[in-house]
Design a protein around this ligand. Structure first.
Ligand code: B12
Length: 210
């Protein structure tokens, strides 16, 4: 099984779309843990990011990797979402203004849905007003934001300030992304942070007392 995950990681790093899809299908047939497959793909995406940073890959490769990841996730998603159950509560989520990365956010959404939450997805490049509107409309006790660009810390900070200025003082704010840490959380004024999708579920369970 571990071989499969390694194969998946290498295939996405080399942008071998057909191999990624056939590996995912083989994994699903063998009832591999879907989260292990997601982690394999994610590890591959980190390596793609490293190659991009070193100038070995260009924007076209980033775009291609995003497409491959999306197609692979479409196959894995039904296994992650789990069984329908009564909602534990509403969570509003979106990628912060200026940032259009959404593959990680979509995994967080799948896990939250699979854990019984009703997730309102606002998409990417979400302005503060849209977050505020949705939190009010859905009376959501938890607002989650995704961010991958380090340059988007200030928009995140401004969004949280706008949420508080709108009188939404009870809503808990969770920020997530692979570079987020306690320092970024403090800087932005968030209540919680998470660097993986399952940390997001843990925070939700804490906020909703589930
Ligand atoms: C694919 C990709 C793209 C795709 C995105 C496609 C899409 N639909 O999302 C495209 C091509 C559009 C893209 C564009 C750009 N990208 Co890009 N991209 C990536 C790449 C290679 C992979 C990201 C990814 O999808 N990973 C897989 C997913 C599953 O993992 P994840 O996103 O980390 O999500 C997990 C965790 O972070 C966490 N998480 C995420 N959100 C949340 C939310 C909550 C609430 C919680 C709890 C957890 C959580 O849980 C997720 C699952 O476990 C990264 C490399 C990297 N190391 O991240 C660069 C990277 C993020 N991109 C980068 C850059 C620079 C750009 C561009 C500026 C490039 C350019 N010159 O135009 C643009 C920015 C566009 C914009 N305005 O946002 C840099 C950012 C550097 C920085 N310091 O900010 C990176 C790090 C690459 C690099 N090493 O240089 N990119």
């Amino acid at each position: 099984m571990a071989n499969h995950i390694e194969e998946l990681k290498n295939a996405i790093v080399e942008l071998e779309a057909d191999k990624v899809i056939s590996s995912v299908k083989a994994g699903l047939e063998e009832e591999a843990n879907p989260m292990d497959m997601v982690e394999g793909l994610q590890a591959g995406m980190v390596e793609i990011g490293n190659r991009f940073a070193k100038g070995e890959y260009f924007l076209s490769e980033l775009i291609m990797s995003g497409e491959i990841m999306k197609n692979a996730m479409a196959l894995i998603e039904p296994k992650l979402a789990g069984l329908e159950q009564e909602y534990k509560g509403n969570i509003v989520i979106g990628t912060v203004k200026g940032d259009i990365h959404d593959l990680g956010k979509n995994i967080v959404i799948m896990l939250l849905k699979g854990s019984g939450y009703n997730v309102i997805d606002l998409g990417v490049d979400v302005p503060a007003e849209k977050f505020i509107e949705a939190v009010k409309e859905h009376e959501a006790p938890l607002l989650a934001m995704s961010v991958l660009l380090t340059g988007c810390q200030d928009p995140m900070k401004d969004t949280i300030k706008a949420v508080r200025d709108a009188g939404l003082n009870d809503v808990k704010v969770l920020i997530g992304g692979n570079y987020i840490d306690e320092k970024v959380k403090e800087y932005c004024g968030a209540d919680y942070f998470g660097t993986t999708a399952d940390e997001g579920v843990k925070v939700a369970n804490q906020v909703f007392g589930a």
